[in-house]
Design a protein around this ligand. Structure first.
Ligand SMILES: C[S@@+](CC[C@H](N)C(=O)[O-])C[C@H]1O[C@@H](n2cnc3c(N)ncnc32)[C@H](O)[C@@H]1O
Length: 217
């Protein structure tokens, strides 16, 4: 009971700050850049990515949803710093203005299409350590499909990270329901190879609650 009393204010404070940060987007996550390029992520999550990438030392990072390419360049920069790995980034929209880097390969098309999956599989080989970041369309249907397709590529000890599980009322944008969080729940019902790594939420504010999925077998 005492523990619950201690936890309750913590949750309230965290959720209040989460909402303040999220709905102040003009000065927070819509005003965040990496090496001059917009990056739609919370800096605390970016630090968590850094920690995961250093620990896992992936050979390949697959990103669905390039956006402006800030996150793609962020991943490539970390690969450069660890002197390991390459980035495959998949985007539906225009690819002409994306940052160029020797460690980045862009694929144009939908992340869930057969063609894109085939290209991804050709670019990685079985023995490679693979990390996945899902940040394209944030509907439950699409994220669940991505989870089913891309989880197979993730190596044991590595992660598939589902972005923006905070929408759909967790605790922001309640109208965006069902979203990524609901896709994670559904996926885990039939997949025991992955666990939610709550340790990756240690900084309290994360846009990806329950979204850091670690492959354990
Ligand atoms: C949230 S933005 C990506 C933000 C970027 N990863 C970042 O952190 O800065 C989502 C992107 O996913 C793209 N997208 C939407 N549906 C997609 C799909 N089915 N396949 C690939 N990309 C998709 C959109 O065009 C958009 O650029």
């Amino acid at each position: 009971m005492n523990k619950l009393k201690q936890l309750l204010p913590k949750k309230l404070i965290t959720n209040s700050f989460h909402k303040l940060y999220y709905y102040s987007r003009k000065t927070t996550w819509n005003s965040t850049s990496w090496l001059g390029l917009p990056i739609s992520k919370c800096p605390l999550d970016l630090w968590t990515y850094q920690e995961i990438i250093f620990e896992v030392q992936p050979d390949v990072i697959i990103e669905t949803g390039t956006g402006s390419g800030g996150s793609t360049l962020f991943f490539a920069s970390l690969c450069e710093l660890t002197n390991k790995g390459k980035v495959i980034s998949i985007e539906l929209g225009d690819m002409s203005d994306k940052p160029q880097h020797k460690r980045i390969t862009y694929l144009l098309g939908s992340s869930t299409s057969k063609e894109i999956l085939q290209q991804v599989q050709q670019l990685i080989s079985d023995d490679k350590k693979v990390l996945v970041n899902l940040d394209s369309e944030h509907t439950k249907k699409h994220v669940l499909e991505e989870l089913k397709l891309y989880s197979k590529l993730v190596t044991v000890g590595s992660y598939i990270i589902v972005e923006d599980t905070n929408i759909g009322g967790h605790p922001v944008k309640p109208d965006y329901y069902p979203g990524p969080m609901e896709a994670v729940k559904e996926f885990l019902k039939t997949n025991s190879d992955f666990i939610i790594d709550k340790n990756r939420e240690k900084f309290y504010l994360t846009f990806n609650p329950n979204g850091y999925l670690k492959r354990v077998k």
